[in-house]
Design a binder for this molecule. Structure first.
Ligand code: NDP
Length: 490
């Protein structure tokens, strides 16, 4: 039964009290210090350097990890090169068996992994529990299925693995990005050296334990922790045949320049500034949920986040009213609490970047809306925010903020929506909200974006390829397309 406006206003004004519902952490054993996962076991580092990894919600140290140097990376690449000889000749169905085993172990240890991901990265437990970990397991499960079907995937071609893949991943979806990289590489018969991000190395350390539990042959997966410098050793190592990178456009360009002429294969999954476009015939309440999911999911630390809302002028007022009301119901706080919608910002540096861009928005003349919310005393936090009165030239409309900040712009006609949506150096994703199927297809044809969601946003599936155009990078991850960068087709 539809509510009258009065009833819905009364409902919106009610404050719902929730008792705290913290996820238990006593089942999780984070070691005080980790080594490097090389050649099938945890080994001490040549560098002898460690650095702390902290919980961004409390600023407390969780553990210490190695800052791997060039010698450490070289050991990892050598272990991977050695393992490649046997792994690439192993029968495909046996390779698949290892991947299935990893997938099952990820499922078995999912509660532990969700807690580790949330404590190390700051994301709400309901997201790591319901999105990150299940999708990671699904990726291994999906690519396990491809391992013995490569010749069907690429008929009349002879697919061959490339060798050692050097993979560098970011901090926004640590385990999921690891799965996106490692699962297709292994299914195709390659071995890997992976470097997790400096602020979120812990789920990769648990993954190393899982590889040992799965009795994965030594050297097939190697994990080296460290900062950007360690990453640069991985990508520049001469025995690395394929580089896969997810992160900022700036570092992506640097990597592309540094390996030019080496013959290494490269895929780059970089930033985005996606348009989420709402037409006047869209179901507004549903669209509001999609907008919220598009930009406030994972504190907006999402490369494909719907950070530019393009709303048709005729419905801008009621939509914004609903959206502001919805924002006031989002719960910011302890990421381990199952009721939390907005967790902690991943690091102090990221918080400062968000603050700087928000200040630039105010200075340039945009109007900021933030619902009232209590910011915890310790840790890194930013309230869900939206800007109206935004011009396309403002930095907040052009640059990737990578935080819970939405810029709202309006349009009158579908052509104007297309022009504005494509007016960005990026091209990773877009969203279209409308009642008309024909309009969805019309828009999808014209969007210069790797993914176009229709009447939904931020939906992922291992069977579906993901990747960008323009400064959002090139190459696809997921689906059968995700195997291609790891194969040579003779
Ligand atoms: P980076 O691109 O610096 O980091 C991504 C990964 O690359 C990390 O593992 C990083 O290590 C590593 N790295 C850094 N420098 C090099 C290098 N020269 N060679 C090889 N690897 C390197 O992103 P940031 O973490 O600095 O985030 C900055 C901005 O990038 C964010 O504000 C956001 O806008 C964007 N970003 C986009 C992401 C996406 O998914 N598209 C993901 C993350 C960030 P380390 O962590 O130690 O620095």
């Amino acid at each position: 039964m539809a509510l009258t406006k009065k009833q819905s206003d009364t409902l919106a004004k009610q404050v719902f009290e929730y008792a705290p519902a913290p996820e238990a952490i006593d089942h999780v054993k984070i070691q005080p210090r980790y080594g490097l996962y090389i050649g099938g076991k945890m080994v001490a580092a040549h560098s002898k350097k460690h650095f702390p990894t902290i919980n961004p919600a409390t600023e407390k140290t969780l553990s210490e990890v190695v800052e791997a140097d060039e010698v450490d990376v070289d050991r990892a690449v050598k272990a991977a090169s050695k393992a490649f000889e046997s792994w690439s000749h192993l029968s495909a169905s046996r390779r698949a068996r290892y991947l299935f085993r990893i997938s099952r172990l990820l499922q078995e240890r999912s509660r532990e992994l969700a807690v580790v991901e949330t404590m190390d990265g700051g994301k709400p437990i309901k997201e790591s529990r319901d999105v990150d970990i299940p999708l990671s397991a699904a990726h291994f499960f999906y690519y396990a299925g491809w391992a013995d079907k490569l010749e069907w995937a690429f008929p009349n071609r002879k697919p061959r693995p490339l060798g050692v893949a050097g993979q560098v991943i970011p901090w926004n979806f640590p385990l999921l990005m690891l799965a996106w990289k490692i699962a297709p590489a292994l299914a195709a018969g390659n071995t890997v050296v992976l470097k997790p991000a400096e602020t979120t190395p812990l789920s990769a350390m648990v993954f190393a334990e899982i590889c040992m539990q799965a009795e994965l042959p030594p050297g097939v997966v190697n994990i080296v922790t460290g900062a950007g410098k360690t990453g640069s050793f991985v990508v520049s190592h001469p025995d690395v045949k394929k580089v896969a990178f997810t992160g900022s456009t700036e570092v992506g360009k640097m990597i592309q320049r540094s390996i030019a002429g080496t013959g290494k294969k490269l895929t780059l999954e970089l930033g985005g500034k996606a348009a989420n476009i709402v037409f006047e015939d869209a179901p507004l309440d549903q669209a509001v949920e999609g907008i919220v999911n598009g930009i406030y999911f994972n504190q907006g630390h999402v490369c494909c986040a719907g950070s530019r809302l393009l709303v048709q002028e005729s419905i801008a007022e009621p939509l914004l009213e609903k959206l502001k009301r919805r924002l006031s119901t989002l719960r910011l706080g302890d990421p381990l609490d199952k009721n939390t919608d907005i967790g902690a910002i991943n690091s102090r540096a990221q918080l400062e970047k968000i603050q700087g861009l928000v200040e630039s928005g105010i200075e340039e003349g945009a109007e900021l809306y933030q619902p009232e919310c209590v910011i915890p005393e310790r840790g890194f936090w930013f309230p869900p925010s939206l800007f109206t009165n935004v011009s396309q030239s403002y930095r907040i409309a052009r640059e990737e903020i990578f935080g819970p900040v939405l810029s709202v712009l309006t349009f009158r006609t579908p052509n104007e929506a297309v022009e504005k949506a494509n007016n960005t150096p990026y091209g990773l994703s877009a969203g279209v909200w409308t009642d008309k199927g024909s309009r969805i297809l019309w828009m999808a044809e014209r969007m210069r974006a790797g993914v176009v969601w229709a009447n939904t946003f931020n939906r992922f599936d291992p069977t579906s390829p993901f990747g960008g155009y323009k400064e959002s990078g090139f190459g696809r991850e997921g689906g059968v397309h995700g195997l291609l960068p790891y194969l040579e087709l003779n």
